[in-house]
Design a binder for this molecule. Structure first.
Ligand code: DGT
Ligand code: CA
Ligand code: CA
Ligand code: ZN
Length: 571
């Protein structure tokens, strides 16, 4: 269906018209029509063929003609004209968060800004703050957005790549002659962000698979195409590389293209030390130049005298040494988890009831789930006043009488307030089964203040877990200024667990921090922080982080059975 494509074009027309300060009603008409076509349940091409375009709400004669023109010719003349009289950099400025067409128009009119470089220069020279409706705060925010944009434009979240990979694999798996197909690169290593997506396959007739790949509906642009490989763009900026390789070399190729580059450098060095040269095609014995081919990756590691190293560990963070000494950890798996210790319900800002969350957790095979709603300071998230938390504890007791096979734990995500105090009194916290303590306010404080707040929460005997310990949001918000070493020492000393928050743009602790925590003997709780039933499924992203941090089952608090958990918590 071309609905999204057509809607996208109409949105762009609305933006272009606004950049040129055109008639407001015309602008509104385009975005209204775009929205209607975006959510249209039928195929727009069919609606057009049957001359029913004008029956779509918000689509009048003029817009219907343009849609028809696009479906027939692949372009809209009015759109081309608008583009022709707009500096290309100006359209790109709309992607800077906080910059709408009105502001971009103003910047163009008053300061003659036509691209990102000029915008950044003007902001640094404080020329933007003097414009009407701008001021120093907006100027600073624009600079921040530019920084973020520059970083963001290159990498995507793992969770954004995942459905694309799944679509491509599902699409090609049905093709005749296809043997193996798998994702490699940073995606296979489950990094929190992915630069481009690498797919490897083996097939009888490679050209046919390549041809099908470049013609997939989600492909927007073909960057390169050869007999055994192709590179394409999907979702505007995301590059996907496909390589079809010889079956006999699949093991070495998969090993090579899984990376990381650093891991591969070390592995090739090890191979040399053992009298081999390792390439993507084969392992060559230097003594007699004989090529050894491996179609399975395990065989490559085995030939070098190593046990199989899981992709998540291949970052040259000591995994090759550990493998040589037979000390590779047995990484935690999602099926090891017995529960989720940080979810929200409709008592605060969650969308599901206690029972709905409990039933969903039961369906996932969990033994327990801790409902940790917000505390009063987080007013916008419906934080519970103390008497409401008491009621909730009773409601949970009642729910447990009704439930079979799952235990709901009465919890709270108590705010660590800006002054360092917890948001509930100790005796109320003591009545909860599980207490997660998190920083949400005063996040701009200096390192001494934030670290002090975290440590005093850690030292509170009622606090079991520190929620999203650094507060970072990938590509959107930097971590708090926190002395991680001091926090880890306090957690280790007091037997307080740290969270690996599984929200795909939080992943907090990060893999690097979680690995450091593990080395100090700290337990981690992999939590979904779900605000509805579906979000319980984000747990897998936290498991990715845990595996990249070398965590084993014994390092994970919520891999304990309910009985073990209750006796290991502080109370
Ligand atoms: P990304 O795409 O930036 O998230 O990271 P990767 O790891 O997917 O990197 P990419 O797509 O450039 O290359 C995929 C894999 O291919 C990489 O992990 C290791 C291998 N590779 C690529 N270039 C080199 C290289 O110059 N040397 C070595 N040893 N391996 C390389
Ligand atoms: Ca890649
Ligand atoms: Ca690549
Ligand atoms: Zn939170």
């Amino acid at each position: 269906m071309k609905n999204r494509e057509v809607a996208g074009l109409l949105y762009e027309m609305a933006e272009l018209l606004e950049l040129h300060a055109e008639n407001r009603f015309k602008i509104i008409a385009f975005s209204k029509a775009a929205r209607a076509i975006e959510s249209l349940p039928e195929d727009i091409s069919l609606v057009c063929q049957e001359k029913r375009l004008q029956s779509i709400p918000g689509v009048g004669k003029a817009i219907a003609q343009k849609v028809e023109e696009y479906l027939k010719t692949g372009q809209i003349e009015a759109h081309e004209e608008l583009l022709a009289k707009t500096p290309p950099g100006l359209v790109k400025l709309l992607q800077i968060s906080g910059l709408g067409p009105k502001t971009v128009f103003l910047l163009h009119e008053k300061l003659n800004i036509t691209n990102l470089e000029e915008l950044e220069k003007a902001a640094r020279e404080h020329r933007i703050r003097r414009l009407p409706r701008m001021g120093p705060t907006r100027e600073t925010n624009i600079l921040r957005s530019i920084e973020r944009y520059k970083k963001r434009s290159t990498r995507i979240l793992f969770s954004t790549a995942e459905p694309i990979v799944n679509d491509i694999l599902a699409y090609l798996q049905g093709m005749q002659g296809l043997e193996h197909i798998t994702a490699a690169g940073s995606f296979r290593r489950a990094r929190e962000t992915v630069g481009d997506i690498d797919i490897l396959a083996t097939a009888g007739r490679p050209e046919e698979i390549v041809a099908a790949f470049v013609r997939m509906p989600l492909v927007e642009e073909v960057l390169a195409q050869g007999p055994t490989k192709a590179s394409v763009i999907v979702q505007e900026t995301i590059q996907v590389d496909l390589r079809i390789v010889e079956h006999q070399s699949f093991g070495t190729v998969l090993q090579y293209f899984t990376g990381s580059k650093e891991h591969n450098v070390r592995l090739r060095q090890l191979a040399l030390n053992r009298g081999y040269s390792l390439s993507e095609y084969s392992l060559t014995r230097l003594a007699d130049s004989r090529d050894l081919f491996f179609d399975r990756e395990e065989e490559v590691y085995a030939a070098l005298g190593l046990p199989y190293i899981p992709p998540e560990m291949r970052e040259d963070r000591g995994e090759i040494e550990a493998a040589m000494q037979g000390k590779l950890p047995r990484l935690v798996e999602q099926k090891d988890l017995c529960g989720d210790l940080h979810v929200h319900s409709d008592w605060s800002d969650g969308r599901a009831s206690i029972l709905e969350m409990a039933h969903a957790a039961l369906a996932l095979g969990y033994e327990y789930i801790a409902l940790c709603d917000h505390s009063p300071t987080i007013g916008i998230a419906g934080g519970l006043p103390p008497e409401k938390l008491e009621q909730k504890i009773e409601a949970i007791a009642a729910a447990n009488k009704e439930l079979d096979g799952i235990t709901v734990l009465a919890g709270t995500e108590v705010d660590i307030k800006a002054n360092g105090r917890l948001d509930y009194a100790d005796d109320l916290l003591a009545r909860c089964d599980v207490v997660v303590a998190s920083v949400h306010m005063g996040t701009q404080q200096n390192e001494r203040a934030i670290t002090g707040r975290l440590i005093s929460a850690i030292e509170n005997e009622n606090v079991d877990i520190i929620g999203h310990p650094t507060g970072r949001i990938i590509d959107q918000r930097e971590p708090y200024e926190v002395d991680m070493q001091a926090v880890l020492e306090a957690a280790a000393r007091t037997n307080t667990a740290l969270e690996i928050n599984s929200h795909p743009s939080r992943l907090d602790l990060s893999d690097v921090n979680a690995k450091a925590a593990k080395e100090m003997g700290i337990k981690m709780s992999i939590n979904s922080d779900a605000h509805d039933v579906e979000q319980l499924l984000t747990m897998k992203y936290g498991v990715n982080v845990a595996r990249r941090a070398w965590l084993e089952k014994k390092d994970v608090l919520n891999a304990l059975s309910l009985k073990e958990l209750l006796s290991s918590l502080k109370r």
